[in-house]
Design a protein around this ligand. Structure first.
Ligand SMILES: Nc1nc2c(ncn2[C@@H]2O[C@H](COP(=O)(O)OP(=O)(O)OP(=O)(O)O)[C@@H](O)[C@H]2O)c(=O)[nH]1
Length: 353
């Protein structure tokens, strides 16, 4: 009998580092063939764009939360696209949206009728720097940590040692599975894909329906009941100074912004992958894969889409061929370096912009 393909559910609050961890796994797959199902809450699947090219097979679902937008059969159909005999995979990772209900996703995988797959564990990514704020806003995140087979306390570079130890201690108190602390999701793929390794890392167990039944199944209480998203796309370059001013003044309800930005001549034609998580804002520069255009997804609560859209439209550069020197300098302060000793951007609020 051929071995079943383990399906790992990768969850974690908005911006905690799920895509970063997934990309790390894909780049360091040790020869494993990994299929990915990516779910983005916004209508532009930024996460799928960010993993494309490195993955053996991918299916994406945008504009909705996998845990309530599709039923178990829908998930089965998507898994079938990945787990078919013609494309043998060693593992499948479902990257949940940042506001998905992990228990629901795990339940869907456990109730799958597909004989070729099995549940491979729930991984919950926690942002060490946002831990207190996010659990204060969403106490249900404690349940997600409790349920996980492996909790990855990520972004430890963003907190000092004492804070890191405190957060890890609190996570350990909540978690019933293994806990690992990392920077940029750099965990060993073996930890995820070999059950014995997870067990060695701290005693994780495979979830059963009984574990999941203890968790609230009322969608009204789930995070996606209060979150909304909007997108902003334009083929015309944005002006960096205007965009940075927009960020500084954006309303508190906008928690997450992500997607590529074209800054025209000021950006030297590069693609600026933008990420805002809470008050943290960072750019990473890449090459454009297709035609240049800005495609941003904004996620938060109580959004005012027409106002946000009008303010973003006012960031469109009237002179895109001219270089905005001050804007370029300010952009540089928010550039992300992927290296271990990188100069990470400070909190947005601390900066004059
Ligand atoms: N400083 C720092 N930044 C990180 C780390 N891990 C991820 N990031 C950054 O955090 C931002 C969000 O990371 P993502 O991997 O996109 O987060 P996500 O959980 O997939 O986001 P959503 O899918 O929108 O919920 C990006 O700017 C990442 O580069 C880390 O360990 N340290």
């Amino acid at each position: 009998m051929t071995a079943r393909i383990p399906v790992v559910v990768l969850a974690g609050y908005l911006g905690s580092g799920k895509t970063t961890l997934l990309n790390h796994l894909l780049r360091n797959d040790d020869g494993r063939r990994i299929g990915v199902l990516v779910n983005d809450f916004g209508s532009i699947n930024v996460d799928a764009m960010n993993v494309a090219g490195q993955v053996d097979a991918t299916v994406s679902l945008e504009n909705g939360c996998l845990c309530c937008a599709v039923d178990a059969e829908g998930v089965d159909r998507m898994l079938e696209k990945l787990a078919h005999p013609g494309a043998p995979l060693d593992a499948i990772v479902i990257e949940a949206s940042g506001i998905a209900e992990p228990a629901q996703l795990v339940r869907m995988v456990l109730s799958s009728q597909n004989p070729g797959i099995e549940f491979g564990g729930l991984v919950e990514v926690v942002d060490a720097a946002e831990f207190d704020d996010s659990r204060a806003r969403h106490p249900e995140l404690d349940d997600h940590v409790r349920l996980a087979d492996l909790v990855v306390v990520n972004k430890i570079d963003r907190v000092d040692e004492a804070e890191r130890d405190r957060v890890i201690g609190e996570v350990r108190e909540l978690a019933e599975g293994a806990v690992l602390a990392t920077e940029r999701g750099r965990i060993s793929p073996g930890i995820l894909f070999d059950d014995p390794a997870i067990r060695d890392a701290g005693g994780a167990r495979q979830l059963s329906f009984a574990d999941l039944d203890d968790h609230d199944d009322d969608h009204g209480h789930h995070m996606h009941a209060v979150y909304e998203s909007m997108e902003f796309t334009t083929d015309r370059p944005l002006n960096p100074t205007a965009f940075l001013a927009f960020l500084k003044e954006r309303s508190r309800g906008v928690y997450r912004i992500k997607g590529p930005i074209d800054f025209g001549a000021s950006g030297e034609g590069r693609c600026f992958q933008f990420h805002a998580v809470g008050v943290y804002a960072a750019f990473e520069t890449t090459r454009w894969k297709g035609s240049r255009s800005t495609s941003l997804v904004l996620i938060g609560t109580d959004l005012d889409p027409s106002n946000l859209r009008a303010r973003l439209e006012s960031c469109i550069d009237p002179t895109p061929d001219a270089v905005d020197r001050m804007g370029v300098l300010n952009l540089a302060r928010h550039l992300e370096d992927d290296g271990p000793s990188s100069n990470h951007p400070d909190k947005w609020d601390d900066e004059a912009g």
